[in-house]
Design a protein around this ligand. Structure first.
Ligand SMILES: [Fe+2]
Length: 333
């Protein structure tokens, strides 16, 4: 038996999410109620006080398996193996420290809103995405652990609820996008909005690197609720998309629709800003949330965050599909 979870909903300052406090340290027994708590909370859980993961990183992997049957091994198909944890390859390191160092996103311009707040709404805030949507089937859930967060007031992670955003859409827009598909591209594949605006020619893609169609309105396989499912500049295909069957390119009708939808998706009342404390774990459901990283001063601060990715329950839409990102499987499609 595991102790009951202490759950408080919603997350502070948000209209979704929950804080979960565990009665005992993570160990060989794992709290079993977490997947239900995640579904009940609209797809976002904060579990504070899990600093023991720094001493035993495998605890994060064991915890990840509570949420689904597959936890990604980042040695597979990572272009830079240095981004995987050296002894636990299911952990992807999001850090500005060597050897996997990546810079944080740029600061929004201007850095604050007119009322002095952290910008969350697109297009003032950029970088909104759901993890690995350029793969079919896409992943379900991400876990993110703060091994070494940066000072509060920077390096936050921001979330927007696809459920709340979808529910609040006017009926005519719901009807317009009900069966629409987005075309999602891998960041760095040369198909971003910036690449298209610059008039570049995207490099040829092998079968397993191609952009993937995804529904703009996704029905969640656990809750049955509909959620907006969409990314923006860097993770949509701006040459053949961003939507299938709508005028493509960065200046077409598809671009205008995407800007309209993303501006709505990220309205402040649908968002949550997380300020990290060492030992926090956030669990988010990529099937019904988007998220964005924020700037921090990488010259003055070091950050180390650990992520795992859980897959295996994308919903009936993807039943029986081969994995688009595995070369042998993509070539056989
Ligand atoms: Fe992400």
């Amino acid at each position: 038996m595991t102790a009951p979870l202490e759950i408080s909903r919603p997350l502070p300052g948000a209209n979704f999410g929950a804080t979960v406090r565990l009665a005992n340290k993570l160990g060989r027994e794992m709290p079993e109620g977490l997947p239900q708590a995640l579904a009940d909370a609209g797809g976002l859980l904060l579990i504070p006080g899990l600093g023991e993961i720094s001493d035993d990183p495998r605890l994060l992997v064991t915890m990840s398996y509570l949420f689904g049957p597959e936890v990604e091994d980042y040695r597979t198909l990572l272009t830079r193996v240095t981004m995987a944890h050296e002894t636990v390859p299911e952990i992807f390191m999001v850090t500005n420290m060597v050897p996997g160092a990546r810079p944080p996103p740029r600061r929004p311009d201007p850095p604050l809103t007119v009322d002095g707040k952290l910008p969350v709404q697109y297009p003032h805030r950029q970088g909104w995405h759901t993890d690995q949507s350029y793969r079919r089937p896409p992943p379900d859930i991400s876990l993110f652990y703060a091994a070494t967060p940066v000072a509060r007031g920077s390096g936050q992670t921001i979330f927007a609820s696809g459920y709340l955003a979808y529910d609040a859409l006017p009926a005519n827009l719901k009807a317009k996008i009900d069966t629409l598909e987005g075309l999602h591209a891998q960041p760095g594949s040369g198909r971003s909005r910036g690449d298209a605006e610059a008039g570049k020619t995207p490099p040829a893609a092998l079968a397993h690197q191609r952009s993937q169609k995804q529904p703009v309105v996704r029905t969640h396989p656990v809750t049955g609720r509909k959620a907006l499912y969409l990314c923006e500049s860097g993770q949509m295909d701006w040459f053949d998309g961003p939507f299938v069957g709508v005028e493509s390119g960065p200046y077409g009708e598809g671009a205008r629709l995407l800007d309209q939808l993303m501006t709505h998706f990220t309205r402040p009342e649908f968002t949550y800003v997380h300020e990290w404390t060492q030992g926090d774990v956030l669990v988010w459901d990529n099937r019904c949330l988007i998220h964005a990283a924020t700037w921090y001063d990488a010259d003055k601060q070091q950050r180390m965050m650990w992520r795992t990715t859980v897959r295996g329950n994308p919903g009936a839409l993807y039943a029986g599909e081969k994995r688009s990102w595995i070369p042998a499987e993509a070539a056989a499609e």
